[in-house]
Design a protein around this ligand. Sequence first.
Ligand SMILES: Cc1cc2nc3c(=O)[nH]c(=O)nc-3n(C[C@H](O)[C@H](O)[C@H](O)COP(=O)(O)O)c2cc1C
Length: 172
Amino acid sequence: MKKILVCISGASGAGLGIKLYNLIPSKYERYLILSKNAKIVLEKEENIFFNDDIAAAPASGSFAIDTTFIVPCSMNTLAKIANGIADNLITRSAAVAIKEQKKLILAPRELPFSQIDLENMLKLSKINNVFIAPPIIAYYNKPKTINDMEMFLIGKWFDMARIENELFERWK
Ligand SMILES: Cc1cc2nc3c(=O)[nH]c(=O)nc-3n(C[C@H](O)[C@H](O)[C@H](O)COP(=O)(O)O)c2cc1C
């Protein structure tokens, strides 16, 4: 069974990461890491790790996660990943994804991005299998609700991971 790891760091929109996690089809084994700053309490989910648990399974390449999402990704977490800092379970999982050449899908969220943020994104985007995919909405699908916008975003992130989905209307 393919393993998917979702990481939620302390940027605005942590609820989006949880929606993404909940929508991963059951044929995948799913895992979740929360940073303290995410301040999200999950009551009934399974396979949840805490960010200060550096000995949890995703910290090892041998656990063989196939795809790691960081949704949303704070500029702090982005900067650490871009500079090889692995001081918590999220940044360590990102470092593992990069060294194992597995898919790493980052949704950096800030407005505006600073030159430092953009340089960090550019640096990471040059690595194979790293996707810089901020939560940028589209209008062509005529979203009416926040949920419509979020389903579009999650559908696009799933496409990058090759997770089959019908979450948004595709351009015809
Ligand atoms: C309400 C709130 C919203 C925030 N939104 C963002 C954001 O959108 N992007 C960002 O980079 N940081 C944001 N921050 C700041 C981060 O939480 C802060 O930089 C923190 O150190 C990130 O830690 P982490 O990367 O370990 O989660 C926000 C903080 C708060 C309290």
